[in-house]
Each structure stands twice: as C-alpha cells, then as structure tokens.
Design a protein around this ligand. Sequence first.
Ligand code: ZN
Length: 408
Amino acid sequence: MITDHGVYKHLAQKNASKIVLLVMDGLGGLPMHVNGLTELETANTPNLDRMAREGTNGRSLPIRPGVTPGSGPAHLSMFSYDPVRYDIGRGVLEALGIGFDLGPDDLAARGNFATVDENGLVTDRRAGRISTEECVRLCEKLQANTSLADEGYEIFIEPVKEHRFVLVIRGEGLGGELTETDPLVTGKAPLPVEDESGTAEGAHTAALVNKWVAQARAVLADEPRANSLNLRGLAKDPGLPQFTDIYQMRAAAIAVYPMYKGVAQLVGMDVIDFEGDRPKHEIAALSRVWEDYDFFFIHIKKTDSYGEDGNFDAKVHEIEAVDQIIPDLLALDPTVVIVTGDHSTPAKLRSHSYHPVPTLFWGEDVMPDNVSAFGERASETGAMGVFHATGMIPWALGYAGRLARFGA
Ligand code: ZN
C-alpha cells in the first residue's frame, strides 16, 4: 500500500512526541556465499538487537517489487512521497545539497568535468577525479567566461566536490524533459541535450543548454585534464507538498553528504550544520537540536559506500559504529525510533539492489513481535511483513499519538 498524503494531512495533530528516522544508506545485504550471513547479520549489534526485540519488525519496499532504487527516490519514499509520482532530477538535489537557493524559474544540472581526446571522445568521465580546489578554480573560470545574458538568462556555476559541480540557469520559460550529455562510457563523444517533452519550452531550453555547453567546452579546451564537461539530471524544483505542513511537525535533517541534505530540504526539513562526519558527530548534532524539533532524520552514508566498494567487512564495522551511538540516542528519550535503510547495497553485488530493507519500529506503544535480532532473516518473520517505505512515517505518527481518530 502506497501512502496518500490526503488523509494524513487531515488527521495530523501536534503533541510533545519526538520521532527519529535513523537511516543507514544501503543497509540491506546478502550473504557472500551459500549458508553465509549478511553484513547486518554478521555485525555485532547488541543495541539494535534489543530495539528489534522490544519493537516490531519488517522489510520495507522502496519503489516497486524488483525495482532497484537510486538514493534520491528511495529517500523520498521513506519521507512518504511515492517516488514514481514525484520524480526529481538529480541536478535539483545536487543544487540544494550545496545550499544553493533554488528558485521556481531555475533549471539545475549536475555537472561533471571530464577529459576528452583530440577527437572529442571521452577518455575519463571524472577528469582524473581532480581536487576540489581545482574544481573551484574551473568553476570560477566558467563563471567569468561563459554567459547567456544575450538570451536573457543568468547562470551560476558552483563547485561541489572533486570533478562535480552544479550549473543553474535562471530565467523565465525553462522546462521540458531534457536528456543528459554524458555518454556513460569512455571512447564515445558527449551527446547533445535533447528535449523529450515535445513542448516549445523544452526545445528552447535544450537549445539554450547546448549553447552554454559549447561555450564552456571552448573555455576548458586548454585545460590539461578537465578539458570538457558533461551535464546530467537537468530539472527544476517540482515544488513538493511540504512534510512539515502535511504532518504538523518541525523536522530536522542531520546528514553529511549533499544529496541527502538536498532531498530533505526539498520536502521542507531544516538542514542542521555540524562538525565531523562520523555517526558520533551526527548524534552530538541531534542532542544539540533535540528541543527545537519534533522529527529527526539522521543519515549514515558509509554503509552504502562500502557496499558499493564490495567491502563486506567495512560495511559490517560501519553498522557496528551506528550500534554504538544507540545508547546516546535512547538517552534523549525519543517517543518512536525507526531504524532502516533507503535500499539494499549488498557488498556481494557492489551496487544498489531491489531487495527489501530490514526495518524496525521502536517505541512505548509499539506492539513487540517475536523478532529477537536486527537482520534480514530475522525481520522476515516480523509483524510488519513487507511494507511500502511510504508507510514508515504514517506508522510512526500513529505510534507517537500524532494522528487524530478517523470518524466518530
Ligand atoms: Zn542510498
């Protein structure tokens, strides 16, 4: 069952409860060999096991059966937005993630500096992963030497990290469904941006973007490594209904990586600034803002990164590091805690996967089931069964007493 906001917007009520959504990115895993254990089953997690024992368990389905999610849509789903209905461009997430104040007339793209050979064929899609300082210099060079002012548009070129940057084009009449320039493999030429919407707005926007790309590549031509670039995920802010309005909760996001801050901001959460990048730093940030919010999203990235690296042991250790912050989390006296992942990233597959994700709900009014540990197979026997990830927030609201009775 996929959540529809209508009834919840009608029933949501304020109270003094505190809800925590703790997300280990790519949490779900697979055994590396027959009869083996998964990463989560291998990890020594006494605190999470206790929460599973005291709580109710199941496995969440991020998108649709058998569909492998990207992290953006998988997060929207956990925030209760059907990711198929609300399809958001990566450029928008990237722009929000670096704190860019994206307006309703802005078109955003994720940019990658790249290396091309003398025939214009891509030899390195990441320009040798240039340093972030180098990226800053290149963005300044592009900002100073490219322009769409004669077409009546403003442009912003902002560095992200290493070879990645954000392009924003600001002005009226932008839109369409735009394709990407990245050929996704080396040995091929970059592609032109095309519009697939068939609208005049889309055709105009594609021509405008292609004009900028041609200028930018000319400006970069004398660079030793980043002598070209590609654009991906060209899109505008879709103007999502706000989480904070639907659920009547002040919501805070505690995350290290830009895209997760971006998606949280898109639904109306406040992004909390803090020092450090480990789970213990995130829990310290949580403690600091505990009194100011009702809902807290905490994002742990490295579980996914190690899964994608195929590094089973490192993923196990990261899960254990998260287990160690649980006592500090529970010491804050949360009303309801959800522990989950946005999708599975089994080290065995070295990629995201479609497997449903172990999920536990913990709180005073949660009916405990017979599950005694937090893990893939343990959660299979949990009372929640397999449920759509858009149901997580509604269940938590119910457990926290934040939904009024429906009818007399
Ligand atoms: Zn993810």
